[in-house]
Every structure is written in C-alpha cells, then in structure tokens.
Ligand binder design. Structure first.
Ligand code: AMP
Length: 142
C-alpha cells in the first residue's frame, strides 16, 4: 500500500507513460502524488580562471521549468501535494526529495531525454541505486 508517490519528469514524451502510471497507482491506493523536475544543465562562464553560473540564463531556465511543471500538473487529474523544481544531479535530487517529503514510491520512465541507448537510462539507474523507497521504472518502448 503506497501513501505518497513522487513522479519524476524530464518533460520528454517518454515520461508520458510514467505519468499515466503514476496517476493510476495514486488513484488505486488513494495516495498523495507529488511531482519533481530537476534542471540538470547549468550554463557556466569562466571568470578569472574560476567558473560561475550565467545569472540570466539560470533565471530563464528556472522560469521555463516552472512553466513546464505547471503545464504538466494541469494535465494530471489529481490534486498534487508538491510541485518541485530544483537544480542539480537528477538522481541525487529526486532521491533526496523523496526522503524529504516521505514518499514511499518514486515513479519515472525507464528512459527519457537521454534516449534508449542503455538497458536502463542513467537517471533511472541512478535513482534505483540511491533510493531508500520503492522505485517504479515504467518501461518506455522504442
Ligand atoms: P534517463 O534515465 O535520463 O533517460 O531518464 C529516465 C526517466 O528519469 C525519465 O523518463 C524521467 O521520468 C526521469 N528523469 C530524467 N531526467 C530527469 C530530470 N532532470 N528531472 C526529473 N526526472 C527526470
């Protein structure tokens, strides 16, 4: 019996089957559903030999991600408990956030933007290794 699901999306078409499954499982268990997107690209500039983030681009990426997560949430026929956007390593942020909100199931696609080259995508694989709760990697077909 699951009480709180965390659906991780990269907004790729491949995430759609994971989204449908997350909704289905949440409805079946009458569980809470939350959603996370991790911005995994940070434009950096080299200043005085050090690296720093380009501030305008960072803000733009954040705005786009917030718009995308709002659009994604609008497609989900359930009230979401949390809509979370953050920056960093997707596998680390997803598993840390699952702990923070006490999620007992992470739902994600077996593959996403990074393509079908591997047996299991790198994010799916990393989340499976780091998660302290169950993980449902929804099969993405080619
Ligand atoms: P990948 O392993 O990177 O091909 O992606 C597999 C799945 O992990 C995707 O279908 C998404 O469900 C999830 N995912 C990948 N990247 C992110 C991200 N940046 N933020 C949230 N979820 C992600």
């Amino acid at each position: 019996m699951y009480r709180h699901l965390l659906y991780a999306t990269d907004f790729s078409p491949e995430s759609q089957s994971a989204q449908a499954r997350a909704v289905d499982v949440a409805q079946k268990y009458d569980a809470q559903l939350s959603i996370i997107h991790v911005i995994d690209y940070l434009p950096v500039s080299q200043l005085d030999g050090g690296l720093s983030v380009v501030p305008d681009l960072e803000q733009k990426l954040n705005e786009n991600a917030r718009d995308d997560i709002t659009a994604c949430a609008a497609e989900i026929p359930l009230k979401l408990s949390h809509k979370h956007v953050c920056t960093g390593s997707p596998r680390r942020e997803i598993t840390d956030y699952a702990l923070a909100i006490n999620a007992d199931l992470i739902v994600l696609g077996s593959h996403g933007r990074h393509g079908l080259g591997l047996l299991l995508g790198s994010t799916a694989n990393g989340v499976l290794h780091l998660a302290q709760c169950d993980v449902l990697a929804v099969r993405v077909r080619d």
